[in-house]
Design a protein around this ligand. Structure first.
Ligand SMILES: Nc1nc2c(ncn2[C@@H]2O[C@H](COP(=O)(O)OP(=O)(O)OP(=O)(O)O)[C@@H](O)[C@H]2O)c(=O)[nH]1
Ligand SMILES: [Mg+2]
Length: 286
């Protein structure tokens, strides 16, 4: 049995969570088109007959702006301890620049192998991919560089093999049927937040959090927290249309996760300045 931990680093929105899901062969972490989707460390576990690869999906590297983003960045820093390697994710669709070089200065200093994944190569011209690979290769002394598409799965199998080769002989850290360390309650909250992220924009996604209040029998009751009354109006929508759409999209996934039909009750609540409130952040597990 080979097993161990690999941390997943990169700028916000480069596709870290999408790639973790692809490597694990199922949805572990929520994904959205807005930066700062991932707020906590989530273990995504790829299990095989003779291996267990535990990927630590992380928030993107960022300059902290408030207590929430400060905690997120601390989570990132802490996650680099005791890993067998780092999976450094870049987006081939964007210019590889100062933000990536800053992260490179951190991960290449850890003293563990760094595997670079150049993500989002789908629908890009080969010449463009080649020049992005050349730029990526200058970031540091990497072990391997893999062009991939987390979306189509292109290159993901080869990348998984590369990461498995980093693992030493070791024990099972989680039961083999387990794919994540998140509690069921947090998984449900994250699914609701994911749908809310896709349906909102600008600053609003960052002001949204979700708390599951009840998950007994057929009823799942959750609160969507926002910071102001005007944000609440947007998330509720005209005649409740937006919150209803969030529920419509979240329910099938919640039912699949729980393996039963559910009655999903969503309420939008104003909790002023929750991103700065230690008690709320603690309760949300952030
Ligand atoms: N075209 C394309 N889009 C992708 C690919 N991988 C991810 N995306 C998109 O990129 C966006 C961000 O994906 P995430 O997986 O949430 O990115 P992340 O790096 O985890 O973002 P944070 O958690 O905010 O740091 C989403 O809109 C994804 O659908 C890919 O291989 N190709
Ligand atoms: Mg993410």
């Amino acid at each position: 049995m080979r097993s161990g931990f690999v941390a997943v680093a990169g700028r916000p929105n480069v596709g870290k969570s999408t790639l973790v899901n692809a490597l694990c062969g199922g949805k572990v972490a929520i994904v959205s088109d807005k930066p700062q989707t991932t707020r906590r460390r989530i273990f995504g576990i790829a299990n095989g007959d003779d291996y267990q690869l535990v990927l630590a999906d992380l928030p993107g590297f960022q300059r902290p702006l408030d207590p929430l983003t400060e905690r997120m960045q601390r989570t990132v820093d802490a996650a680099f301890e005791d890993v067998e390697g780092v999976l450094f994710v870049l987006s081939a669709r964007e210019r590889i620049g100062a933000g990536d070089r800053f992260i490179a200065s951190r991960v290449f200093a850890l003293g563990v192998p760094v595997v670079i994944a150049l993500n989002k190569i789908d629908r890009l011209k080969p010449g463009h991919i080649a020049s992005q690979m050349a730029t990526a290769a200058r970031l540091g002394d990497f072990l391997a560089l893999h062009p991939v598409s987390a979306k189509t799965g292109d290159g993901v199998g080869e990348l998984r093999q590369e990461l498995l080769a980093l693992l030493p002989e070791g024990p099972l850290y989680f039961p083999q049927e387990q794919r994540t360390d998140l509690s069921l309650e947090l998984q449900l909250a994250e699914l609701v937040r994911e749908k809310a992220l896709w349906l909102t924009r600008d600053e609003l996604p960052h002001a949204i959090s979700v708390e599951v209040e009840e998950m007994e029998g057929p009823v799942v009751r959750a609160a969507i927290l926002v910071e102001t009354e005007s944000q609440k109006q947007i998330v509720v929508g005209k005649n409740g249309s937006v919150v209803k759409e969030i529920g419509t999209r979240a329910r099938p996934e919640i039912e699949a996760l729980l393996g039963r039909d559910v009655f999903l009750e969503l309420r939008v609540k104003v909790r002023p300045r929750w991103r700065r409130d230690t008690a709320t952040l603690e309760r949300l597990g952030l």
